[in-house]
Write a protein that binds this ligand. Sequence first.
Ligand code: BG6
Length: 476
Amino acid sequence: HRQIKDFPADFLWGAASAAYQVEGAWDADGKGPSVWDTFTKQPGRTFKGSNGDVAVDHYHRLEEDLDLMAQMGLKAYRFSVSWPRVLPAGRGAVNEAGLAFYDRLIDGLLARGIAPVLTLYHWDLPQALQDEYGGWEDRRIIADFAAYCGVLYQRFGHKVQHWVSLNEQNYNLTNAYLLGTHPPAVQDRRRFYQANHHAFLANAQAIALFRQTVPKGLIGPSFAYSPCYPSGSSPEEMLAFENAEEFTNWWWLDAYCLGRYPQAALRFLQANGEAPIIEPGDAELLAAGKPDFIGVNYYYTTTVTDNGLDGQTLQRINTTGQKGTTPSSGVPGLYRTTPNPNLATSNWDWAIDPTGLRTGLRRLTSRYALPLFITENGLGEFDQLTADEQVHDDYRIDYLRQHLLACQAALQDGVELLGYCAWSFTDILSWLNGYQKRYGFVYVDRDEVAVRSLRRIPKDSFYWYQGVIARGGRDL
Ligand code: BG6
């Protein structure tokens, strides 16, 4: 019989969201447009043309949402700041009304004993910077991002301790520059690696500035972490697995945490003319911007095999909510993804794998020896509102419970875990999947087309998580 380690007393039991997915008020009080405001209005980009114009109207229902968070007993709430709400043109004039909204949010959390976890960037780039110089494709983004972060450090540094720099640079830019499914909807491997290089530098610059301005705070990027499995144990499959780890995980995490790119992947890209242009001083900047923790957004593991693809990287995207509709992806000649027959999947083909979380947390600890913070984990599914206004989401409870048990096992293994933010608090706009793919503890009455009442209805999982937090994670 093995003794089970308790969650730490100061563990941050949380839930998460992102500005574009919840706020709405897309042009209220001086906010400028983001690339998502523009992109979602283009025909055919999202499920049934859904967008975040209203989202779940968190901007206007702040007090109600804060009260629900307090009722649940949350210890932490992770949210993101909309860059164009604060700087409508991306840089220059500050929009005081935008900052005031985040003051109300942060003060409202603190008054309820909930720690704010502030994400600086969750994909809603000011459209003005995309138009002016192509956003992440130009080195000018480094200084502009630092200036924006500086505004937030000055304003909120004394009352926010936990900060996330970039959210899922890997997932967002893969969609934006390889798959063409996020703005600016490009499919070009060279531009992909160059945009990523600038994002690494911007991340490091923002962290370096943070050290001067918020010396007692903690900061790190949130990474969409999908630990890889080999499809089998042949040497070829193991090599494909190593390739996939370098290309899908270590490329980003080594750059953030070690200040350099993994060698085999870098050589491959150089040989193909796809490697980023690295300028003098870049290595020094990366070294000056190491994170305090790694934010881990975990949804699924990825299984890979060695059969190379003939053509280009294929799209790995399924917006249908129908099982078995996700194509394979990979790097030609190096690896490609394949379904894992050992794992059940969600309706969007995401492999459900709590043990993969434990494995992943251990791998990160071994490679980087940094504290970890689960900044997202959750299950997107169709939910049914019953006639008597309830949502019996036992499948979500089961998912979250299994993943928390995996966290507990990882603690036992020696992983340092600061907290766990379930994705998401209320239902939200799922970027490409509309409002049908629901993640929240709190149901929101709306769909893709009809905004409806936006009424908040706690699901069964709300009361379950309330109990988990009250017991400090004991007796999961
Ligand atoms: C992450 C993002 O990719 O996963 C979230 O940080 C997102 O913003 C979540 O909502 C779930 O993805 P999706 O595509 O199901 O909404």
